[in-house]
Write a protein that binds this ligand. Sequence first.
Ligand code: ZN
Ligand code: ZN
Length: 240
Amino acid sequence: MVDLFSKLKENAALLWYEKTAYCLLCGNVSAEPVCLICQQTYFFPDLPRCDSCGKILAETKTRCRNCETGKGPKRLDKVTCLGHYKGAWKELVQQIKYKGQPYLLASLAEMIIPWVIRSLPPPDLVIPVPMHRDRLAQRGFNQAEVLASIISRQLVIPYQNLLDRMKDTIPQTTLGRRQRLRNLRDAFSVKPDYSDLREIVWLIDDVVTTGSTLEECAGVLKKNGVKKVYAFCLGAGKEE
Ligand SMILES: [Zn+2]
Ligand SMILES: [Zn+2]
């Protein structure tokens, strides 16, 4: 009998408690979804982020040079990113996005959740950056929505997909700063059926470059009565 129980216990441990066996980034054996070496290489857990645009900073300060000189977003109360958008981390985020593998985001939840709660004040609501319906029809899912709903579910914070993307904007990466702003003008709005917006929100996107997309969304939310907009994304640049 004792033997049978210990055998059952062993099996249960295998079924329920065995963690990811391999690092999602380098493929080496790892108990975490991303191994410690890759965490140091891509996530820089000890380095600060620029409060306005989320860029990873090499020294202790709260703004990157760009935001310090007034060129960054201004309507976001704080932005944080999980990792440096390059190399294997960039490839994984792109794989999730372009190869239709949103389930990978669920494997990353145990890294994402502690980071967000440590970095941002608690919100009333989690909102994804929307995708234009044509692009959504092409890709089949919005990775920001998947990410936001995972965060909402794990932390039991209400989720609402309440922003609309009116214009199918040209990819921001192909444009200069002034063109980016023009490209995004009036691109977002609050869906007409949402009137009661909460005071503090987390805005979720996969990647941030200049922060102008998040900035536009924050502007729309604040115009509709939201007091604080904090943003989280998976990847951002790093100031050298
Ligand atoms: Zn690794
Ligand atoms: Zn910045």
